[in-house]
Write a protein that binds this ligand. Structure first.
Ligand SMILES: CC(C)(COP(=O)(O)OP(=O)(O)OC[C@H]1O[C@@H](n2cnc3c(N)ncnc32)[C@H](O)[C@@H]1OP(=O)(O)O)[C@@H](O)C(=O)NCCC(=O)NCCS
Length: 149
């Protein structure tokens, strides 16, 4: 169990567990997408299919690179992808992104996905984090230099 679920540590004989503040949505990075999965996005266990989440992360990750590239881009690599917690039908997913690296033709971003669940007693859980790289491409699909700001 990580602190992403902000669970209260178990008490030990000489230790009273400190109150852990509930996780809240980030305020220091950009919200690039919000979506709620549907029952049709579930796998045989009733959790949301990992491939569906990967597709959403790819869409969300493209937002900042598209702005920087000012034109067509292609995903060249998923450098890291971690499913930290399962996603359930009814979770409201928020995708936050920030730029890790701007290269000559490529932009690498980190995407973090948070689920808001159980609105009656709201709980925020970080469910996924990923690093993806996008390349600016020209009309022939070849890498092109990023425009300078
Ligand atoms: C994207 C594509 C045009 C890049 O062409 P390429 O000839 O491989 O390009 P390059 O080797 O010159 O690399 C281009 C940039 O990508 C980066 N890159 C390439 N592979 C990478 C990887 N595995 N991880 C991170 N960055 C990578 C390079 O470092 C370079 O960045 P820089 O110019 O900022 O330094 C080509 O690989 C392609 O068309 N891929 C398919 C894209 C696609 O269809 N995506 C949708 C998913 S199916």
């Amino acid at each position: 169990m990580t602190d992403d679920t902000r669970s209260v540590p178990a008490a030990t004989p000489n230790h009273t567990p400190a109150a852990v503040p509930p996780l809240t949505l980030p305020t220091d990075r950009e919200l690039v997408m919000r979506v709620m999965p549907l029952p049709g996005d579930s796998n045989a266990n009733g959790d949301i299919f990992g491939g569906w989440i990967m597709a959403q992360v790819d869409l969300a990750g493209a937002v900042l690179p598209s702005r920087i590239a000012k034109g067509r881009i292609a995903t060249v690599a998923v450098n890291e992808f971690v499913f930290k917690q399962p996603v359930s039908v009814g979770d409201l997913l928020s995708f936050y992104a920030h730029v890790l690296r701007v290269g000559r033709t490529s932009v690498t971003v980190r995407v973090e996905v948070y689920a808001e669940r159980n609105p009656a007693d709201l709980k925020v859980v970080k469910v996924t984090e990923a690093n993806l790289t996008y390349v600016a491409i020209d009309a022939r699909g070849q890498p092109r230099e990023l425009p300078r700001p």
